[in-house]
Write a protein of this length. Structure first.
Length: 578
């Protein structure tokens, strides 16, 4: 079977989902283009700005599409075979992830662009609001840990290709640093010289290509500079990246986040287009098995591990934070929610499918010869193979893919650190500059404790921190989606009192809650017990238990909310029109 056939049928399924199920959601939620959204009614030129959908789509897509739709599908495809991973990506994106993102955005817009946590607080209780915030902060910590370490691992070592060409991790680091500098220069020029966005884009997008090319000639190789091993160099990069997160989360958004998000959006679409062109014209065939088995050699079972290994690309709780945090303040019309939220989720699924294709065209023997499953390397090799089809040299293609990979992560790290700071300030009451710096320091400092220590697997072998924390990140992220759907289901039922609520958001809520709590329970059991009895839990295990407890308490809050609804007099159950 060819990759082209799989990619074509997948794209057709996603397009049909957008056209038909997306239209159903628009009707059920009664989207109205005539209703003034918060971006208009509360317009202030700073946070609340009505934005053209074609610009907002790129910004939203850039914010939600991090390394998740690359790493997760590659790991899961290698573990269980490409077919189960593909089915979950397609079904999950259309009927669960897309619904989650769409409903979170609409819920925020209908509540004056407030966060999903505030929506939960209004329709459930203040206690539920605080529980949800605590859960989100802990989930954010593991997002930062996983993504920081996986980027750092891209900045070390040298990869020698079959044709003898070498790609330096230090060169990728140089390109990445140049990429961070370019948006700052762009922002300063726009602010102080009056440079228009169109011309800034025309000037700085090609300069990113120059940065990709130049990086390999001036590699920032910390292992050589400081005469340390690659693992030590990676940990140094972990610290430097977290220091970057600290700075990026407290500087004004106009100087880094906004211009980089703008350029990053183009980068995402170019990477997506390059992958699709390579699949269309590359005539690649599938080498990897469609199905390997329900249990891996390490004992991971398809249920529930597939559904938390692939988080972004099928469903991601992080998307609700983006949708209700920034996107809802810029949505120009209610009807734009369908392309912005539902459409962007399906685009992310397409990114994930292209990533899965990078595994599908390799044989198990080739992956084993590379030292096992290394998602960033597999993605780089796959994308370079696709880009070579349209005349891009292999070495440049790998550098482009790895910088694209890094770019996706930067957006997530920035947003996560900033959100973590907001949440911690809300939970602790820290105010002013001191509170801002202290909350940011804690949000960055806790991940630093995890990434700087030596992480081992069950056999005591040293492994990258991101690999040890990926399952916990996936489970907490998917449980965050389930908890978001709990709040949305309560709001929808209070508003419409309709049976369709249980089908549209209720069933996805139940599925995500079962899979994520099941996975967290397995992770907790593995961290608490051994063949000889109980053992002292490590920090990830303790956090997994805390997350389970918070989820249980929020489930109780949901049941109490429904009990109160049904115990009220009938006249108080009249639904409010949105």
């Amino acid at each position: 079977m060819s990759l082209l056939l799989v990619a074509f049928l997948s794209a057709l399924f996603l397009a049909a989902g957008y056209k038909f199920y997306g239209a159903v959601l628009s009707r059920l939620f009664r989207l109205d283009s005539a209703v003034a959204t918060p971006s208009i009614s509360q317009q202030d030129g700073i946070d609340y700005i009505p934005t053209d959908p074609k610009y907002l789509l790129g910004q939203h897509f850039s914010a939600i599409a991090a390394a998740g739709p690359i790493v997760g599908p590659i790991l899961a495809g290698a573990m269980f075979g490409w077919l189960p991973a593909l089915i979950w990506l397609l079904v999950g994106a259309v009927f669960i992830g897309g619904v989650h993102d769409f409903s979170a955005l609409v819920a925020s817009v209908r509540h004056k662009a407030r966060s999903i946590a505030e929506v939960i607080g209004e329709h459930m209780s203040r206690r539920a609001y605080l529980l949800f915030l605590a859960f989100v902060w802990l989930a954010i910590i593991y997002i930062i840990v996983a993504f920081t370490d996986i980027v750092a691992s891209s900045f070390v070592g040298v990869q020698e290709l079959e044709n003898g060409v070498k790609v330096s991790g230090g060169g990728i680091a140089t390109s990445s640093m140049l990429y961070l500098a370019l948006p700052i220069i762009m922002a300063l020029l726009m602010k102080h010289t009056g440079l228009k966005l169109r011309w800034a884009t025309i000037i700085f997008l090609p300069l990113i290509g120059v940065a990709i090319w130049a990086g390999q000639y001036i590699p920032l190789d910390l292992a050589s500079i400081f005469s340390v091993s690659n693992p030590q160099a990676a940990k140094t990069w972990d610290v430097l990246l977290l220091l970057y997160c600290f700075v990026a989360s407290i500087v004004p958004m106009w100087i880094l986040l906004q211009p980089r998000g703008h350029l990053g959006g183009y980068f995402l679409f170019v990477a997506l287009a390059g992958g699709l062109l390579g699949i269309i014209f590359g005539a690649k065939s599938i080498e990897y098995p469609a199905f390997i088995g329900f249990t891996t050699a390490k004992g991971d079972t398809l249920f529930p591990m597939l559904f938390i290994t692939i988080a972004c690309g099928a469903c991601s709780g992080f998307h609700a934070l983006v949708a209700s945090g920034t996107t809802s303040k810029q949505l120009r019309r209610e009807t734009d929610a369908r392309p912005i939220a539902y459409g962007a989720m399906l685009l992310e699924a397409l990114v994930a499918i292209i990533s899965l294709c990078c595994v599908m065209m390799l044989s198990p023997a080739v992956i084993a010869s590379q030292g096992g499953v290394k998602p960033n390397l597999i993605y780089g090799l796959g994308m370079s193979s696709f880009l070579q089809t349209v005349g891009i040299p292999v070495a440049f293609g790998i550098c482009f893919a790895l910088l694209a990979f890094t770019t996706f992560v930067y957006d997530t790290l920035d947003v996560s650190t900033r959100l973590g700071r907001y949440i911690l300030q809300e939970l602790t009451g820290l105010k002013g500059n001191i509170g801002r710096y202290a909350a940011t320091a804690v949000t960055v400092g806790v991940p630093m404790l995890f990434v700087t220590r030596t992480t081992t697997d069950a056999a005591g072998n040293a492994i990258p921190a991101w690999r040890a924390f990926w399952n916990l990140f996936g489970a907490s992220n998917q449980l965050l989606a389930a908890l978001t759907l709990i709040g949305i289901t309560v709001w929808l039922y209070q508003t419409y009192k309709a049976k369709w609520v249980w089908l549209v958001t209720g069933l996805p809520m139940v599925w995500m809650f079962i899979m994520s709590t099941w996975a967290l329970a397995k992770l907790s059991k593995a961290g608490l017990t051994s063949p000889t009895g109980w053992k002292t839990p490590d920090a990830p295990t303790i956090v997994a238990v805390i997350l389970l407890a918070l989820a249980a308490l929020l489930l109780i809050e949901m049941l109490l909310a429904f009990y109160k609804m049904h115990s009220q007099p009938a006249k108080e159950l009249v639904a409010k029109e949105p």
